[in-house]
Design a protein around this ligand. Structure first.
Ligand code: CU
Length: 367
């Protein structure tokens, strides 16, 4: 509350200095549209205010001392060594200040990392220079590329409002739902960044990182790749359209209808030699991955006997996750594989849907 008031005063001072109305400050962070975003914003303000107070106190004291004890008024320097009280104070006070900053920061950071129990999961892959979005539960997959015309970039046409922040295919999510974003990259490191949703996560080739957001209100939220990734780094914006549940359902139906062959159908279920291509659904038919088959053939290939460094079924807690968090780790591990799980590489590639179905099957078994 105090920090809010202090920040408001500071903001007012800044905005009047810049000749801007309070509502259209250009130097502030974007309006936050998630609960986590508000926490991050408040944290940012609180820390800035603490830094400001320390700055004023320390420099105030220093300048006062210099002025008060100046040579021209005949001040005599004191000669003393060591002062236990002062030494204890200048150790304990900063320690307490740091603790006071670390507590809320850690709390927010942990909340940011908690991607368990999402309402929907979208895998986002960064490429030079576009994003791919895969809705794992809906079997939707598309690429999202810059929609700003080249003429605007080359200053031939006037730049429009969302210059370099517009795409052909937006990521669409329902309002008020926990959206987990799994991030990876196909070439170099990118970063998926949407300021208003307080989401910023590197996408790294060979790894799957995750993050999440729950948008409070419908709208279009724009961001950019935030990791220098090559010459067109500036040309791969992120656009998230948050819509109502009904509009989302409508979008899913339209997407599926317009998409043609579903993702899973394009990837045959050739988990091992024992599961030949006959398991693949006919093209154009919506594929439902057979979790049991994938689990029995692909997962158990190594995990049944515990070969090739794979933990034997039942040996590790990871194989019987008891919490949503454990499950989450498992999905991430299985989908990314950290390049460790052979079924994800070589000639026995599994689709994300198959991996997810296998994990679901395994979980049903362990309950
Ligand atoms: Cu990039």
């Amino acid at each position: 509350m105090i920090t809010r008031t202090a920040h408001t005063l500071l903001a007012l001072a800044l905005s009047s200095w810049a000749g801007l109305a309070f509502g259209e400050m250009r130097f502030n962070l974007q309006d936050q549209k998630t609960a986590l975003g508000h926490a991050v914003y408040d944290l940012h303000n609180a820390i800035v205010v603490i830094c400001l107070i320390i700055f004023i106190v320390v420099f105030g004291l220093m300048l006062y001392s210099i002025w008060k004890h100046r040579k021209s008024v005949g001040h005599q320097a004191a000669h003393f060594h060591e002062n236990t009280t002062v030494e204890v104070l200048w150790t304990v006070i900063p320690f307490l200040i740091l603790l006071g900053m670390a507590y809320p920061a850690t709390k927010t950071l942990l909340a940011q990392r908690d991607t368990s129990s999402p309402d929907l999961t979208v895998k986002v892959t960064g490429y030079q220079w576009k994003w791919q979005y895969e809705y794992l539960d809906e079997n939707i997959s598309f690429y999202s590329t810059l929609a700003t015309p080249r003429a605007q970039i080359e200053n031939v046409e006037t730049k429009t409002e969302n210059y370099l922040l517009e795409v052909d295919n937006e990521m669409v999510v329902p309002v008020g739902k926990k959206v987990r974003v799994l991030l990876t990259a196909g070439d170099v490191i990118h970063a998926w960044y949407v300021p208003a949703l307080a989401v910023k996560q590197d996408s790294i080739p060979g790894f799957v990182r995750d993050t999440w957001f729950r948008a409070e209100e419908p709208g279009v939220y724009r961001g950019q790749c935030a990791e220098l990734c090559g010459k067109e780094h500036a040309y791969m914006p992120v656009v998230v359209r948050v819509v109502s549940d009904e509009d989302y359902a409508k979008w899913v139906t339209e997407r599926k209808a317009g998409q043609g062959t579903p993702v899973a159908a394009a990837v045959p279920a050739t988990a091992t030699d024992a599961a030949p291509a006959e398991a693949a659904p006919a093209p154009g038919v919506a594929a439902v991955a057979d979790g049991k088959a994938v689990y029995d053939q692909a997962c158990l290939m190594c995990h049944a006997a515990g070969v090739a460094g794979a933990p034997k079924v039942g040996d590790k807690a990871a194989w019987a996750p008891r919490s949503a968090k454990g499950l989450d780790v498992l999905y991430t591990h299985a989908i990314g594989g950290f390049n460790m799980m052979p079924p994800r590489g070589g000639n026995t590639a599994l689709s994300d849907e198959q991996v997810k179905a296998a994990v679901d099957h395994m979980l049903a078994q362990s309950r």
